[in-house]
Design a protein around this ligand. Structure first.
Ligand SMILES: *Cc1c(COP(=O)(O)O)cnc(C)c1O
Length: 225
């Protein structure tokens, strides 16, 4: 049995009590595993790859809230635009415009998070602080012109460094929370309420530092190969 139902029930109860959303990260895992947590009442699932998500979506129940948590290429937005619940990793202005365009075709408003680079590794995607402020400013200006009507930027997402040094991880989460509070405090920014940070190895720390959405895979579905 691959799904750790016991861990799920425990983590889910713990997060519910703290009003933290649990996204069960099911990438590379079979549809049967997702169905198993669905049958326990779970509805929020996260996937990293467009094709895999599209294939799973058609065979699984319609009331699943699908979170896209991977790196999204502009030319693939159209495949998930009809149904995606929240896109976590928006890391360019161009991508945001494309999401807006595709969402309009389906007469939807797609909720997004801007990805911020807080880790030490060079390889992780995301805006730095200055770029984040620029993109927030640009969004504001477009909204004033009554454009970008089919996207709503609901918050920030980030990943801490891949390290055992929990002091470092904590520092990165604190920094992300600081940026989140700053953006949420902008007077025009009324729907900015989601801070997606924390995974299997660091979600407890992330919550202590102010996360209200965690993305957990291996603790629930077992290690990925
Ligand atoms: C895979 C992944 C997760 C889940 O990682 P675990 O360590 O298995 O909990 C969370 N967030 C993102 C962006 C991921 O790619």
């Amino acid at each position: 049995m691959a799904v750790n139902t016991e861990a799920y029930l425990e983590i889910n109860a713990q997060l519910k009590a703290k009003n933290v959303t649990l996204v069960a990260v099911s990438k590379t895992k079979p549809v049967a595993d997702i169905q198993e947590l669905y049958d326990q009442g779970h509805r929020d699932f996260g996937e990293n790859y467009v094709q895999e998500l599209a294939e799973k979506q058609v065979v699984l129940p319609n009331d699943i809230r699908w979170h896209f948590i991977g790196h999204l290429q502009s030319n693939k937005v159209k495949y998930i635009a009809p149904f995606v619940h929240l896109i976590h990793g928006v890391d360019s202005y161009k991508l945001l415009l494309e999401i807006d365009k595709q969402a309009r075709k389906f007469d939807r408003v797609i909720h997004c998070l801007l990805q911020v680079h807080v880790a030490q590794e060079e390889t992780k995607f995301g805006f730095n602080e200055l770029e984040l402020m620029e993109v927030m400013d640009a969004i504001h200006k477009y909204k004033l012109l009554n454009e970008l009507r089919n996207v709503e930027v609901r918050g920030l997402m980030g990943m801490a460094s891949f390290t055992d040094d929990m002091e470092q991880v904590s520092k990165e989460f604190k920094y992300l929370k600081l940026l989140f509070d700053h953006c949420a405090g902008l007077p025009w920014n009324t729907q900015f309420d989601t801070l997606s940070m924390g995974m299997s190895s660091d979600y407890q720390l992330a919550i202590e530092e102010g996360s209200n959405l965690v993305r957990i895979g291996s603790l629930l579905f077992g290690a990925r190969l």
